[in-house]
Design a protein around this ligand. Structure first.
Ligand code: HEM
Length: 417
């Protein structure tokens, strides 16, 4: 059995290192902070774009071991690596390690989105989002999502010989445009809130009919709304952003994997064909159909193992932490990162395979991502065969992974069911 390879790294910027002179520098991890302000940022960004970030990490670990200091994006940082590091980050009490976004993310998504909240506030808003994103609620939307996918394929795939799968760049990709787009979308969401609140008051809407209505419907024992309007706006923004790139990246790389691996394509097609053969023309897929798509989901999980969409995030220590024989002082920030495990490992040890994160911040969109991915793959394999135009399998991270040349594919429609 091959060796388990875990690459999951965590950075802690070291703000307090410069001010807390009483601390012994001997207890700080090895490594260099590099050139002031720039530090190692350019090297990491270059490696991400060139798809050599894993090599960059491996070299760092070879040089300094699993805990080291560096400087990233203007901030002194500590890098930690491995299963124990993951466990530390995902299980630490929220009073010890908190989520931390960059200012630019905060400006776009808003300061009341889940990523910014901690403790009871995080739990309250997260529970509210989950009351919509839980399987019992999402079950009702399987047919609707299936309908959207079929319509998309009808409009953009059928009748074409070539499509480019590469995810569309939303205006969120460039900062200035992003801020303007964010303001516009926030205003649209506010209008929707008014509209849906009115319908709820008139009793012409049901609480679980959509995310906004669901969040508006959650009341405390006094009948007061539990989630503020600002929280609804910021979290609707978050769900749109967190749920768009991640799933589209997964589906993109799945399409590439299926094109490159005929045996896997055949096995996926067999599973999906079994489901399709019991359906009448135009019939939507159901939750029960999704449960049967076990092999297809395993292929999706393998795709996430090879190319996880989320490369990292920032966390902040709210207390001094001892880790690996070193001190990570209060006020430092960490950056989580990608994980790779060997596919031949019989079972996956805890905190090793974590494309959706773990602990109390584990991705609440898991079920939604599963539904849209399986539905999309069902419709694709039962309606098309495809070939990738370039054999180049590289990708770059910006910060999401994208195939280096986009993913133009040649498609042939099968007879429509
Ligand atoms: C393949 C698809 C997806 C992947 C790989 C993914 C992965 C992740 C990861 C790694 C995290 C971070 C967990 C942490 O900070 O510890 C996260 C958080 C989050 N994801 Fe996803 N995600 C996906 C799809 C979605 C979808 C479809 C939605 C919404 C419908 C969504 C909504 C969120 C939200 C709101 C958070 C913040 C959770 C919190 O801070 O408590 N994600 N996701």
């Amino acid at each position: 059995m091959s060796t388990l390879l875990i690459i999951f790294f965590v950075f802690f910027p070291i703000f307090l290192l410069l001010t807390r002179k009483r601390r012994s520098s001997k207890r700080l991890p090895p490594g260099s902070l590099g050139v002031p302000i720039i530090g190692q940022s350019l090297g990491l960004l270059r490696a991400m774009r060139a798809n050599t970030a894993e090599k960059w990490i491996e070299q760092r670990i070879r040089k300094y071991g699993p805990v080291s200091k560096l400087s990233l994006f203007g901030k002194p940082t500590v890098f930690i690596y491995g299963q124990a590091a993951n466990k530390l980050v995902f299980t630490a009490d929220s009073s010890a390690i908190a989520n931390q976004q960059t200012k630019s993310v905060r400006m776009i998504l808003g300061d009341r989105c889940l990523l910014e909240l901690a403790g009871q506030d995080h739990k309250r808003v997260r529970d509210a989002l989950l009351s919509f994103l839980k399987p019992e609620t999402l079950k009702k939307y399987v047919g609707k999502i299936d309908g959207e996918i079929r319509e998309h394929l009808e409009l953009h795939w059928h009748g074409k010989e070539q499509v480019t799968v590469f995810p569309v760049n939303l205006p969120f990709t460039r900062y200035n445009r992003s801020l303007k787009a964010s303001a516009r979308v926030q205003n649209m969401v506010k209008d929707l809130i008014q509209e849906k609140r009115k319908k709820l008051d008139q009793k012409t809407a049901s609480p679980h009919q959509d995310l906004i209505t669901c969040l508006l419907s959650i009341r405390d024992e006094n009948g007061e709304e539990v989630i503020t309007e600002k929280e609804i706006v910021h979290n609707v923004m978050l769900v749109m952003v967190a749920g768009y790139d991640t799933s589209s990246v997964l589906i993109t790389f799945l399409i590439r994997l299926l094109a490159n691996d005929p045996a896997v394509y055949a096995a996926v097609l067999e599973e999906q064909g079994e489901i399709a053969k019991d359906k009448s023309m135009g019939e939507f897929l159901t939750w029960e159909d999704l449960i049967k798509m076990k092999y297809t989901w395993r292929v999706a999980m393998e795709t996430l193992r090879m190319i996880p969409p989320i490369f990292g995030g920032f966390r902040n220590t709210l207390k001094d932490i001892e880790y690996g024989g070193y001190l990570i002082p209060k006020g430092w920030q960490n950056h989580r990162n990608l994980i790779r495990i060997d596919k031949n490992q019989a079972s996956t040890p805890p905190y090793c395979y974590i494309p959706f994160g773990a602990g109390y911040r584990i991705c609440p969109g898991y079920e939604f991502a599963r539904i849209e991915t399986l539905l999309a793959i069902h419709r694709l394999v039962t309606q098309f065969t495809w070939k990738v135009q370039y054999s180049d399998n590289s990708f770059s991270r910006d910060p999401m992974p994208v195939p280096t040349k986009g993913l133009p594919i040649q498609i042939v429609s099968k007879k429509l069911q």
